[in-house]
Design a binder for this molecule. Structure first.
Ligand code: PMP
Length: 326
């Protein structure tokens, strides 16, 4: 329950401690809880890693005040880093493939950051290469590299996970989360498995993404509209630890889109596509626990809703499926 608080010294203190809300669509005897990450000041789960990575790098001396943070990012991580950079006397530069949400790029600029676009066809790989080139041109510049940086996992191990477990008195049977960098799921899974070794852990990805190949599945690569999760090259997703994952579940864009609309209409939740994909799978897992098809230490499922649909309205997320652009 959110409590009224003392006045705070900085917006960074409002990051985390987001609400955990149960889903009406879940079975009564196996509740599903979603952590509403749009309640963070930059309106996504990535505020957590922005704050955590920069504060840790400043404390470790890998970054000094007045220095520059350069990150290849599709958006939310940029906003999270920019929120923190503004308060920590750091410059922020983001390298963003063109096709990603225009709204997010506008917000990064509003927060004082510089945005450098790379061609969409070069994908995140092109953005990563450009970020390193830029870092070499500057004196005191660091590329945190959320896709490789253990601080990304640690941020969720130290904040997201304990908040979920505290709210549910430690009784979490299954953890479900879509994987982009996999920082969220790995942090939650490490924490959960330390408490209960048989915690059931499920990674979510859109159809067309290739995390499933890490479980030896022969899935087809393809384009998808769901934003923020999935991979075309799992070898570059170094944080994903297959030993911490019981199952990787794919969701079709069409099902994600229908769930985004259902969540808004029936649950009053204005959440984006990755949240909807998590919601679909979390409910599926809850029914499977109920029907004894999955063994979990408790009859509860926890997931995250990483951000809000408002950031994607121009992409037609609430229009007909055919109008939703990727
Ligand atoms: N959803 C959204 C909207 C995101 O921006 C991200 C981060 N790419 C994720 C989910 C996935 O989070 P993670 O990188 O921790 O796997």
């Amino acid at each position: 329950m959110t409590t009224h608080r003392e006045p705070l010294a900085s917006v960074l203190e409002t990051i985390g401690e987001t609400p955990l809300v149960s889903l009406h669509a879940a079975p009564d005897d196996v509740p599903v809880y979603a952590k509403l990450e749009s309640f963070n000041p930059g309106a996504s789960i990535k505020d957590r890693i922005g704050k955590y990575m920069l504060e840790q790098m400043l404390a470790e001396g890998t970054l000094s005040p007045g220095g520059t943070v350069i990150e290849p990012t599709a958006g939310n991580t940029g906003i999270g880093i920019a929120v923190a950079a503004g308060r920590l006397d750091l410059e922020a530069v983001f390298v963003v493939p063109e096709r990603f949400s225009v709204e997010k790029q506008q917000l990064m600029r509003a927060l004082g950051a510089t945005v450098v676009n790379t061609p969409s066809e070069d994908g995140m790989g092109g953005a990563i290469d450009r970020a390193h080139e830029l870092a070499e041109e500057l004196d005191d510049a660091v590329v945190p590299q959320q896709f490789k940086n253990p601080l990304n996992v640690e941020a969720h191990y130290e904040t997201t996970a304990p908040e979920i477990y505290d709210a549910l008195d430690g009784e979490v049977g299954a953890l479900v989360a879509g994987c982009g960098t996999a920082g969220t799921l790995m942090g939650m899974a490490r924490y959960g498995r330390e408490l209960h070794a048989d915690t059931y852990v499920v990674a979510v990805e859109p159809e067309g993404s290739l995390y499933s190949t890490l479980q030896g599945r022969d899935v087809e690569e393809g384009e998808y509209k769901t934003e923020g999760i999935g991979t075309h090259d799992p070898a570059t997703n170094e944080l994903f630890d297959a030993d911490l994952v019981d199952d990787v579940v794919q969701v079709a864009d069409r099902d994600t889109h229908a769930e985004m609309q259902r969540l808004a209409r029936e649950e009053g939740q204005l959440v984006a596509s990755s949240a909807a994909a998590n919601s679909v799978v979390a409910q599926q897992v809850a029914w499977e626990i109920r029907d004894d098809e999955i063994d979990a230490p408790f009859d509860t499922v926890a997931t995250v809703f990483p951000d809000s649909s408002e950031r994607y309205l121009s992409k037609g997320v609430y229009d007909d499926y055919e109008q939703w652009e990727g």
